[in-house]
Each structure stands twice: as structure tokens, then as C-alpha cells.
Design a protein around this ligand. Sequence first.
Ligand SMILES: O=C(O)C(=O)C[C@@H](O)[C@H](O)[C@H](O)COP(=O)(O)O
Length: 357
Amino acid sequence: MIFETTYNDNNYPIILKQNALAEINHFLKENEQNIVLIDQDVYRFHKDYIKANLENQDIKFITIMSGEACKQMSYFESISEKILSLNINRQSQLIAIGGGATGDFVGFLAATLLRGIDFIQVPTTLLAHDSAIGGKVGINASVGKNLIGAFHRPRAVIYDLNFLNTLPHTEIRSGFGEVYKHAILNSETDTWHLMDQYPSIRELSRLENIDTFLKMGIETKLKIVIEDEFEGGVRKHLNLGHTFGHGLEYLTKIAHGEAVMIGILFQKIINKNRNLFDNQESIHIFINYLKELGYPLSIINNANIELIFDYMKKDKKNIGQTIQMVLQEGEASFTIESVSKDEVLDAFIELKSLINE
Ligand SMILES: O=C(O)C(=O)C[C@@H](O)[C@H](O)[C@H](O)COP(=O)(O)O
């Protein structure tokens, strides 16, 4: 499958298929530096496959720390210096091979080195079907996630489904969180269809038909980011589950998409308390589903809501001193609303009691 963005200019393709990696050769620059920055674990597992697919065997590889660990300012500085020591110029390009964190980090290097050079996203996880598209790139600050960043479009996204075969369960659950989010944003039909296809972790870990749902996710995301690239309005909906999720993730270090799924649950409780889309029944169905898939709900028992709330106060959607959350008003209908501290504390007490029922 090939998708193409439909901006006014600088469009890029998203190539999604088994063995997509070979397509990268069409995007390598002749007589310029192409530098691969690759998650060290991905390099360990897949270096032979990756190198076998590259026609230019002189490409420089730099392995980087795996996962969120790379998204630190000190690491950003050291890798920047390393790349600059290779005498790059504005025609050079970076190639990010790894999960969402790798893409965010390498994209931010590309956005800032020499005030901006090209980069290619080669996502290797389920989660990265979301993060590789739309141009959000960045690193973390000590006070919160993704607080230092830019919007910088990739030149191409090459999504080789072969990489998904070696993902551990946590990583599958994490990516599935974003797939699920896209289904909710899209329609109730897609959400039920997804739940029917993957009723438990057994079916989910086989990832049968996952390309159908990745297609749905990518189409959903593309529609939104093309309408509102810089997150002035509708793009905020893509942050569903992230206000609480980012706080929980940063505090507990659980995987991003696992935290987002718990953030979606938190958002459902607030929806119910405001008589919006959810009710007791829909929340119970969702909790049971999360349990079937093995999401780490028990992490909530020892989480400190005051600390999570401090992270929520740093969320980029906030206006003035108020926390803004994505809430659901109806099927595929979302709104951004201010949420008070009392409301957050009440929802957290309810969340704790519901997961332990
Ligand atoms: O693309 C977007 O916009 C999103 O919000 C997608 C999110 O799933 C993704 O995790 C994103 O990186 C979060 O962005 P942030 O602005 O909340 O840091």
C-alpha cells in the first residue's frame, strides 16, 4: 500500500508493505551523505536484513540508545556533535530506523542541524505507524514529555511490516494503543471491528490482518494532519488519552501506548461524569478488554496523582493555567475541554476503584 500526503507542497509517500525496506534505495541521495541512525536493539536483531536491502554499502550507521532513553538533551547534544563531525551539509539526510522514540529523536536532529535537513522515517514498531506520520519530532525535558520539539516533515516513510514479527508483547500492546485510538477517532464500527479481530492477547500477538487496521490508522491520521498540520484545532484530537497518559508514562516509565490506553480509560471516566459519550457499561466493557489484552492497569494502584497532575500541567494543549483534555461527545465526535483539578482527582479515585473490582 502506498499513501501520499496531500499538502500544497513537499508531499511525501508512506509505503506500507512486507519487504518495503528495499524502496529506500529510491530515496537515497547520490553524492551526498545519507546517515542511518538506528535503535541499537533494532540494529542487533536486523542488521543483516537492513544491510542486504541497501544498494549503497558505504552508508554510515550510528547506533543510538533504544526507546525513550535517547530523547534527552545531553544525548541530543552528543549525537549532534557526532553527526556534525562527519561534515554534513544541507543536502545530507538522516534515516531513522526504529520505533517512535527513534523517529522523534532523529526527526528533531534533522529539524535542527544546519537549521533543517531531510530525513526518512523507517518505523519498526506498531506504534510508529502513528508517530512516523505528521512531522511531530522532539525530545523530552526533565519536567515532561516531548516539550522540546518541532514540526518537520519526513521525505518518506518506509514501513516494512517484516519488522513487526519480532516485537515483544509490551511493544505490541503499546502500538495497539495508538491503533485503538485511531479506531475510536474514526468510528464505532472500526472500534468494534478491532475488538472482534483481537479479543485477547493471543490473537493480538499474531497480528493477523494488522495491515487493514494500520491502513485505517494511517488514513485517519493523514486526514487530520493535512487539515491542521500545526495543531491549532482538530489535530488536538490525536492527543486523545495523552494528557493523563503522558503524565503516567513519564512517572512510571510504562510504554507510551500502554499509558495512552490507560489515558483513554481515564478520559472515558470524565466523559461519563460529564454525561458525555461514555457510561458505566461502556467503561466496564473497556476495562475488561484492557485486562484481556494484559494492559498494566495495576500500575495505577501505586501511582501518585499529584505528580501525574504536575506533568498534566505541562501539557502543550493547555491554555493559561487550565488543563485541556480531549473528551468524546458522540460517535467520532470530540471536543477539547478545560478539566479542573478536583475533576481529575475524583476521576483518579474512580479509576482506582474500577480497575480493582
Ligand atoms: O500527531 C499528533 O498530533 C499526536 O498527538 C499523535 C500522538 O499519538 C503522539 O504520541 C504525539 O507524539 C504526541 O504529541 P505531543 O504533542 O502530545 O507531545
